[in-house]
Ligand binder design. Structure first.
Ligand code: FAD
Length: 290
């Protein structure tokens, strides 16, 4: 394994100063569940020689609400997120996504920030955060900036984070009263399994049942996590019925094929994605049992 130096800064400002000084020769490490694997496989960035361990920084921990915004410190572990009372009462589907990550050991170490920055196509917390219109707050020695998660994810395993930046938190507006959200994940029958397909949905309807808001993000089916805006536009402003749900499920599978091409897994994923989508839409939009 390549030799690396490790620094444990005492504050976020110190961590940012180290990144500013060392640029692309330094790499943040939080729970290390992804970094260790890349290190072992010899896949750390070639220039990297210093790991800046941010796992002890209090400024990156905690989940709170402020002025209608729910704010999750990037260093929050999946285990903390899955049982957090504020998240459970406002966005339980995000807790379900966090609870579905890996094994208890991985959930106790792995963080929401690390999950987003790695931005694997199967990252479990990303689809729920995309349907929540989440934003990432990035800090560096030069200041801070806020980037919509949809703009932060710029390609397969590629994000807009700069070498000198640290994600401090992820934030989103509390969903409106009456909105219904859901997360489902299909895995192989193994103890620790990454998603083969996941779906996140957040929808709200008026008193006549017409959808006033509909946000939909399938995971693991496109090279990079994304919202399926064509499906959202098809559903929005309509009263869902069987025919609309079937159309939405067909369109979801068509968008997957267009975005990913007809890969070896398509004969399996196409019908399964259609079925999972129509089941989820029926359950959430027509309040049917799964
Ligand atoms: C056995 C196993 C099973 C897994 N199962 C799943 C699964 O089911 N679902 C799933 O989604 N993932 C899974 N993972 C992947 C991993 O556990 C998650 O992505 C985890 O959330 C990563 O967080 P971390 O804190 O360990 O990140 P780290 O490994 O510390 O860092 C990952 C990347 O993010 C960067 N980074 C971390 N925090 C910050 C920050 N605050 N600011 C800037 N950059 C930062 C690091 O520089 C690095 O590039 C699994 C991993 C393993 C080893």
């Amino acid at each position: 394994m390549k030799r690396m130096r490790i620094e444990q800064p005492a504050s976020l400002a110190d961590a940012a100063a180290l990144l500013a000084e060392h640029g692309s020769r330094a790499l943040c490490v939080a729970g290390a569940t992804d970094v260790i694997i890349s290190w072992r496989k010899g896949e750390l960035p070639e220039a990297a020689e210093l790991l800046v361990d941010i796992s002890g920084l209090k400024e990156l921990r905690g989940i709170r609400e402020s002025e209608g915004q729910i704010i999750i410190g990037s260093g929050t572990t999946h285990a903390e997120a899955e049982s957090d009372p504020l998240l459970l009462s406002t966005v339980p589907f995000l807790c379900e996504a966090a609870a579905s990550v890996g094994s208890p050991q991985i959930r106790n170490r792995g963080t929401i920030g690390g999950n987003i920055v790695t931005s694997a196509q199967c990252a479990d917390t990303i689809p729920p955060l995309l349907v929540l219109d989440a934003e990432a707050v990035l800090v560096s020695a030069a200041g801070e900036r806020t980037v919509a998660l949809s703009d932060f994810l710029i390609g397969p395993k590629q994000t807009a984070i700069r070498p000198e930046e640290i994600m401090r938190e992820i934030r989103f507006t509390r969903p409106p009263e009456g909105a219904r959200g859901a997360f489902v994940k299909l895995i192989r029958r193994e103890a620790v399994a990454k998603a083969r397909i996941s779906l996140a949905l957040l929808a709200a309807a008026d008193s006549a049942g017409k959808l006033t808001d509909c946000r939909f993000s399938p995971g693991s089916v496109t090279p990079q996590p994304q919202r399926f805006s064509e499906v959202e536009r098809l559903l929005c402003s309509r009263v869902p019925d069987e025919q609309l749900i079937e159309e939405a499920a067909e369109l979801t599978a068509a968008v997957m094929i267009r975005e990913s091409g007809r890969r070896w897994s398509a004969p399996y994923k196409e019908p399964v994605l259609k079925t999972l989508t129509s089941r989820l839409l029926r359950r959430i939009l027509m309040a049917e049992e799964a």
